[in-house]
Design a protein around this ligand. Sequence first.
Ligand code: KIV
Ligand code: ZN
Length: 509
Amino acid sequence: MEKIIIFDTTLRDGEQSPGASLESHEKLEIARQLVRLNVDVIEAGFPVSSPGDFKAVRLIAQKIKGPTICGLARCLKKDIEAAGEAVKPAKKKRIHVFLATSKIHMKYKLRKAEDEIARLAVEGVKYARRFTDDVEFSPEDATRSEKEFLYRVIEEVITAGAATVNIPDTVGYAIPEEFDELIRDIRNNVPNIEKAVISVHCHNDLGLAVSNSLAAVKSGARQIECTINGIGERAGNASLEEIVMAIKTRSDFFDVSTGIVTEEIYKASRIVSKLTGIVVQPNKAIVGQNAFAHEAGIHQDGMLKRRTTYEIMRPEEIGLSASSLVLGKHSGRHAFVEKMKKLGYSLNASGIDRAFARFKELADKKKSIYDEDLEILMEAEAAQIPEAWRFVSIHTVSGTNEIPVATVRLRSKAGSFDGTASGDGPVDACCKAIDKITKTKGEMMDYSIQAVTKGKDALGEVTIRVRVKGNVAIGKAASTDVIEASAKAYLNAINKLIRKGNKRLKIET
Ligand code: KIV
Ligand code: ZN
């Protein structure tokens, strides 16, 4: 299989993302991870652009061993000198010179005619060759350039000594079929093209950066320029992880490979996100939080039967420990039981039925169900308290200048019973309503409430100590509704007291 050169420009084009400025030591930290990833080229910065960038490129050139270290330069002597000086300490060094070739850039930005552009491009490459043999040239805005002029510039820079010609889709304008055709046309119309490596550099303005890069691989490009998490100017650059995993996962289609240690991808993504402050969207391919998470019951069931039913890559391939089956309202019984087993619970069939029914009730109220939520759920199941009274429903009215009133419905062997009471607050009203139904008079000795998990929709766990005629019991319950949790906790304590055999709490039905 032919190898695709992975040219990482996270530290140059990626750093051009609005708000993503990195300090030298942060760039070095990212560069170290790029070494672990085993990228072939690190474009470490644009040395002439600022003393800080020069320093960072120089530092990386001094400290980083393995990949080629590259510095960007316009076709200007001062740029090329700064780049040459910055990459000097590196064992393998490259200067990347660029000059726009599209009519719109030449006329409005550079105010230069074609002949002058061609001359400057050639001079730039020749000057860069004084600093290193490894020179790359980019005709900026190539995809909007006149093809004949593009062929001419490419041919002349190769003759001048460019070892790599990079075709940038600077404004993310290309469509994959078109870009594929452009690369083929370059191969067929530039007589000395075989003397250089064809590279591509795609921006994501239309969301096509990765597709365009992969289309170019099919038509003969052998270097791809990309960034971790796809960060970069405007909508970003082609994402390294997507390109690499597409080539790996569909090697049957592409018939090429990369040298990337894919197990380092996730870590690289985290480091770049942390240091640039650019968060990764949850549904981002490969490295998004949801990329290996399955919520739908049918999917979870399929995954448990055979992973490949819903996964085309293994999470371990990018350095994640495992796929996650996120329990939520779409989850099925199979996933629920598996999760319970993982948490160390074993239940018989009827226990599973009850726990699963409670889980579904909770999932209707709460978006994500965490392990702690399930543990609470299972505690209630494991306690197996013979419930003299079962909680059915609650209705409370309270507010500023209102007397809190609660109506509670409980069920016993004899049927359903309603009780209504007012109290100092809605919790007090609930407890009094429960007292009325159960014909007890509980004394609340302690009350505490705690959020079990994170988020506004977290479960509130209520713990209550109740005394009835000298007997004390602790009741616990959790719910997304803290008043309901309080009522259930109170009832839980009352039921325990009944179980303890407190004759005075005999159920009168
Ligand atoms: O997008 C672009 O054209 C560039 C060049 C400097 C290669 O970043
Ligand atoms: Zn770019």
